[in-house]
Design a protein around this ligand. Structure first.
Ligand code: BDR
Ligand code: CA
Length: 302
């Protein structure tokens, strides 16, 4: 089982990603950390606790940063709803977070792990950037970073930037400069990784889990039940367990920090300007195989 830490801001696609990761036989989720992004960090934390409780798991949750490093938070409640997970009435949970900040919890988890940890950020990179700034010694026990972030082509927030890198471009830049093996699972693949009516109708039939997701899906404006729902964060989990679904390339990426393209991940795909690479980037995904992977994994949970 591969030990991982997921940094998240649920978020309806985060909710699907967490559900699969928490129940996948090859993944060992050691810690969940939360950050401000889709909605504020109080809500993303509450949503994470609700999901852990829904699946009756023992995974610790630590609350992280309430705002980006240098700029104001612009949330995404228009996509995920005011609560971040609108559409399903989760029972109130008595689960509590750890009483340390996410950055401290990550540090402890990484330094105490016998096996190197894989970091899986599926939200703005604020907590991860602070971890590397405050505790650079953690880097030696991190195997790699697999993150849903960025875009090689157009953005979904401004013309060029993907939401997670847009929310905290300075943090994203620190992460790209961290010298840790890193894979960017960006909009180039995640925007095409949709669940269509074909899959959502199947999922609807998967007992309690299916009902929960079908209700959330009706409120998710990352697409529609008719045309397909974008499963951005779920792609990062699929990359961990089934990398063969993706076509990738090594490159060098830097982040635009301001101006009309703030948050854009600029890649030197032809390696014209750099001698070394700092990232692997996903270029393509086998969409039918991904759809099947999501359905099979959600079905198995019941
Ligand atoms: C990313 O932005 C968030 O709204 C989603 O949860 C995902 O992490 C997609 O751009
Ligand atoms: Ca997310």
């Amino acid at each position: 089982k591969r030990p991982i830490i997921i940094d998240t801001d649920p978020g309806i696609d985060d909710a699907v990603a967490l559900s699969i990761a928490l129940n996948h036989p090859n993944l060992d989720v050691k810690l969940l950390t939360t950050v401000a992004g889709n909605v504020n960090v109080t809500k993303t934390t509450e949503n994470t606790l609700k999901l852990v409780s829904f699946f009756e798991k023992q995974v610790p949750v630590a609350k992280g940063c309430d705002k980006p490093l240098l700029i104001q938070l612009e949330d995404s409640a228009d996509i995920h709803g005011e609560s971040g997970m609108d559409g399903y009435d989760f029972p109130v949970t008595s689960l509590k977070t750890l009483n340390v900040h996410a950055v401290e919890a990550m540090k402890e988890c990484i330094l105490n792990s016998a096996e190197p940890i894989t970091l899986v950020p599926i939200a703005a990179l604020t907590n991860i950037a602070l971890l590397f700034s405050m505790y650079p010694e953690t880097k030696r026990n991190i195997k790699e970073i697999v993150m849903m972030a960025g875009s090689l082509s157009r953005g979904n927030t401004n013309t060029s930037a993907e939401f997670n890198t847009y929310v905290d471009p300075h943090a994203a830049q620190i992460v790209f400069q961290s010298d840790i093996p890193l894979t960017m699972v960006g909009l180039d693949v995640t925007s095409t990784a949709v669940l269509t009516k074909n899959e959502t109708e199947k999922i609807k039939g998967f007992g309690k889990v299916g009902k929960m997701f079908y209700s959330l899906f009706q409120h998710y404006r990352g697409g529609s039940l008719q045309t397909g729902l974008k499963m951005h964060d779920v792609c990062a989990i699929a990359y961990l367990t089934d990398p063969g679904l993706f076509t990738v390339q090594e490159t060098f990426i830097e982040v635009a920090l301001d101006g009309p393209a703030a948050g854009a991940t600029v890649a030197d795909l032809k390696m014209k300007y750099h001698d070394t690479t700092n990232a692997v980037v996903c270029l393509d995904i086998d969409v039918p195989a991904f759809q099947k992977w999501v359905v099979t994994n959600l079905e198995k949970i019941n």
